[in-house]
Ligand binder design. Sequence first.
Ligand code: FES
Length: 200
Amino acid sequence: MKSWFDRFKSKGESEQAKLERIKAEILAGDADAPARKTSRRSFLARLGVGATLVGLAGQALAYLRALKPNVLYEEPQKFKVGTPDQFGEGGKFLEERRLFVFKERSTFYAVSAACTHLGCTVKMQKLNQPKKVKTRQREFEEQYEFHCPCHGSKYYGDGTNYAGPAPRPLDYFKLEVSPDDGQIIVDMAQVVDQNFRLTV
Ligand code: FES
């Protein structure tokens, strides 16, 4: 195919004739315009079909997903935490369970670390000086307290709330000894009284 430059250089033509010829060629070239328009139209049509198919596929996937039930795998509420001799005197924090297990000589009790306001994990604070505390449950000298970092709720060492928005004391859970291997079993599905103690 001749380049524009070659065609412009054609011999035996006056300048005017050359210009006329090139103009005619340009106009003739525009004869392809309808074809170009058609191919643009078909491209847009294909794009439209593609978008519709993608939309339908999305809806089909959403439908199939809805057929599959949502299964929530929760950790068992009843679990073993070890034999009594594996506990030292005082509190042991089980982070993954958000639970404190306390040993006082031969007795055990388990206190929830979930704040009764909105469920943040409370922290156990060791007191510099033991403090005498009188609650509805009893009178005792506490060595530690529980403080919630979220909205400032505070609980005495026995779990009784005394400051901040917490509406009630921390939960205590039932403990028992496994007859199989002597391990302590915590049952977080069973809330018990603050005075509950497991004696081993
Ligand atoms: S969650 Fe503990 S004070 Fe709000």
